[in-house]
Design a protein around this ligand. Structure first.
Ligand SMILES: NC(=O)c1ccc[n+]([C@@H]2O[C@H](COP(=O)([O-])OP(=O)(O)OC[C@H]3O[C@@H](n4cnc5c(N)ncnc54)[C@H](O)[C@@H]3O)[C@@H](O)[C@H]2O)c1
Length: 343
């Protein structure tokens, strides 16, 4: 489907689910962006889930978001259980505004929900020549090192910096071997997942996506990844006032209450310490790219380069929508029998 048309359709669906036009458009843009950067597991495949959560009153479509400025550079936001996209949109904009004033902007958000891709927010700061860190916690998926029960989310770590070129450096990575969205998509489409990324509920390695969802995902790099997941839980949850320690509810399966996810945005002027940051980052990347390469490697990429390429390529094409999602869109758009559909 053509992008503009799709954006309009998603906006209309969110408006039907009682979001304001402005908020619906913020959500539509984030979902279309996920499709364009080649992350469909965080795009349209989640639209029904967000709408279900509004219908079940665990996402507040008309939040009264409270923004408390603690100092020129620090802001605390209570998102009033808004959809995550809206809270994060306000959060990153506020962090940029604070950084413009004082060199560094720190924004903590509580009472939010799933906001999609961290890199989408980091990019907004990087485009304005800021360095950014973005953190969010997520529902239990990873077993802490040594445990057989999931507690940490796939808790992405995201760092972005300007590169003195059109292509931003965006390291945006889950701390699980693969992100949960990919496992969900595999479970839905009956595909296997790679070995070594998950255990079943009995603690045995599995490549069956459904068994992996019932069991635990493995963190990257053993106890190191487990430590990083823990760090993100502390920064996003403990620090901001959001849920933490395994209390974030699964957005697909648990409608017993709002998620109360926490996010943290740290935005810094790139030239706080050195006037010639742009020249230095260019030199840094150049040196790394010039290294001798392994056999079969044409170019050493920096994080974000691959996504940028995909984005540019996909921008010229229509967005492919699979049959299951088409069905969701039809039901959500027309709201046909939505009361029985949400059961
Ligand atoms: N909101 C949530 O709760 C939540 C939870 C988990 C993940 N996510 C999002 O899911 C997305 C996907 O996460 P992921 O872990 O699957 O990412 P990924 O494995 O696709 O990529 C991780 C990072 O590695 C970089 N990369 C990939 N190939 C590279 C190469 N050849 N050379 C250099 N760098 C390379 C990418 O640019 C990216 O920065 C992220 O945007 C993340 O924010 C969101």
């Amino acid at each position: 489907m053509e992008k503009k048309k799709l954006k309009k359709l998603i906006t209309r669906i969110f408006v039907k689910h009682k979001l304001s036009n402005k908020h619906a458009l913020i959500c539509a843009e984030a979902l279309v962006n996920a499709e364009l950067v080649g992350a469909p597991s965080h795009g349209l495949s989640r639209l029904k889930m967000y709408c279900d959560r509004v219908n079940k009153k665990v996402i507040n479509p008309k939040p009264k978001i409270k923004i408390k400025n603690i100092s020129k550079s620090i802001t605390h936001i209570d998102a009033d259980n808004s959809i995550g996209f809206v809270a994060a949109d306000i959060g990153i904009k506020k962090a940029i505004e604070n950084a413009k004033k004082s060199g560094i902007g720190l924004v903590g958000i509580k009472n939010s929900g799933h906001y999609g891709l961290s890199g989408y927010y980091a990019e907004q700061a990087v485009k304005k020549n800021f360095i950014a860190f973005v953190f969010t916690n997520a529902p239990p998926a990873i077993a802490p090192h040594g445990a057989i029960k999931s507690l940490f989310g796939t808790n992405p770590i995201c760092f972005g910096t300007p590169t003195n070129s059109k292509v931003p450096f965006i390291l945006d990575t889950s701390v699980s071997m693969i992100n949960r969205g990919k496992i969900r998509v595999a479970a839905k489409t009956g595909k296997k997942i790679p070995s070594g990324v998950a255990l079943d509920k009995f603690g045995k390695p599995t490549s069956d996506a459904k068994k992996a969802l019932e069991g635990v995902q493995l963190p990257i790099a053993g106890f190191r990844g487990s430590g990083l997941a823990w760090m993100v839980d502390i920064l996003s949850g403990v620090f901001t006032g959001g849920n933490h320690g395994g209390k974030v509810k699964d957005p697909f399966d648990d409608f017993t209450g709002p998620q109360n996810i926490g996010h943290l945005f740290i935005v810094m002027k790139a030239n706080i310490f050195v006037k010639n940051f742009n020249k230095r980052i260019k030199e840094n990347i150049k040196r790394i790219k010039k290294l001798p390469k392994l056999k079969g490697i044409k170019e050493i990429l920096y994080p974000g380069q691959n996504k940028f390429k995909r984005f540019r390529y996909n921008l010229k094409k229509e967005i492919k929508i699979n049959e299951d999602i088409k069905k969701d869109l039809k039901v959500l758009e027309n709201f046909i029998n939505w009361k029985c559909y949400i059961k």
